[in-house]
Design a protein around this ligand. Structure first.
Ligand code: ASP
Length: 310
């Protein structure tokens, strides 16, 4: 078992014309993460590498391609957690940076804090030499179109949240058996300015502990926070459930208790993994033993050699 990387590209309902890009996006991100592990990198290096790749793709709601808040601006949240030390780093409501996940990692590595927000996070980014990018470089035509549509008086931005997808996340186990998670998002469509979702909240958007496993989540943040979905799943694993069964139990609880839909990627420290969701779709991919696994719809699970790039 052991080394494995699993990534997701957000729970929701993906328009047909974006499905292919979403699937190829998660597949190339998981390849990069897996390469890091093969070259002896840590699970933390692997999840950050995979998520950076997804943040850079305009097809996901993270980094470039983030959804816009009600004012038409980009505010992003991200978290990383290291299962060996239980150290974590997060940023919330950050603007004008290309890769919030790298800033979250810097918060973990270079500060004594677990989360920095808004202007303070930007100041920290500057002090670390993280380049500032114009907001325009993070906004796509698609995200602007969705924003405009949801400003219309008859629109119901809350209801159509699941109509978008694209929060990104990854979990990994390295050859030492260390687990890690990373999650990054632009948040919810037309959210209030300053709204912070589940993603940067430890135990909700992600959690990693070498004694049980690692989880990265996606879905309606306000609902995920109510059940602390990542930690809930690891609790079930502590009780002896497999990664897959625990993921299903956590998602089923969120659905039955609150009507909330979502998705997760989960690993245990031996390298058993799961990609599960209660939403219509979630693009996901996993790499282990030189095999690439991926899917988009419920029950879909394609397999091929990692060396096969077509
Ligand atoms: N969980 C994210 C948030 O609420 C959104 C998502 O996963 O689609 O900010």
């Amino acid at each position: 078992m052991l080394p494995v990387v699993v990534v997701h590209g957000g729970a929701g309902h993906i328009p047909k014309e974006r499905a292919e890009n979403s699937t190829s996006g998660v597949c190339s991100a998981v390849r990069l993460g897996y390469l890091v592990l093969q070259e002896g990198g840590s699970s933390m290096d692997a999840v950050v590498e995979a998520v950076v790749q997804l943040e850079n793709s305009p097809y996901f709601n993270a980094g470039c391609g983030s959804v816009l808040n009600v004012k038409g601006e980009v505010e992003m949240d991200a978290i990383v957690m290291d299962g060996k030390t239980l150290d974590s780093g997060a940023v919330s409501a950050v603007r004008n940076i290309a890769n919030p996940i790298q800033l979250a990692r810097l918060v973990m590595d270079k500060t004594s804090h677990a989360c920095l927000t808004a202007e303070g996070a930007s100041k920290f980014a500057r002090s670390m030499g993280v380049p500032e990018v114009p907001q325009e470089s993070l906004i796509t035509e698609y995200s602007r179109m969705r924003w405009k549509k949801n400003l219309a008086p008859e629109a119901n931005p809350v209801e159509c949240q699941m109509g978008k997808m694209g929060t990104v996340g990854a979990v990994a186990v390295d050859k030492e058996g260390n687990v890690a998670c990373a999650t990054s998002t632009g948040g919810m469509l037309n959210k209030m300015e300053g709204r912070v979702g589940d993603t940067p909240c430890i135990g909700s958007g992600g959690y990693a502990d070498n004694l049980s496993g690692a989880v990265s989540t996606t879905g309606h943040g306000e609902t995920i926070m109510k059940v602390m979905l990542a930690r809930l799943i690891l609790f079930h694993m502590e009780q002896g459930q497999s990664a897959e069964a625990a993921s299903d139990l956590g998602l089923a609880y969120m659905k039955s208790r609150l009507g909330g839909l979502g998705g997760v990627v989960t690993v245990d420290p031996r390298g058993n993994w799961a990609a599960r969701f209660s939403s219509q779709q979630m693009s996901w991919a996993a790499a282990q033993n030189d095999t690439l696994h991926y899917g988009l719809y419920t029950g879909e699970h394609f397999r091929r050699s990692i060396r096969d790039t077509h």
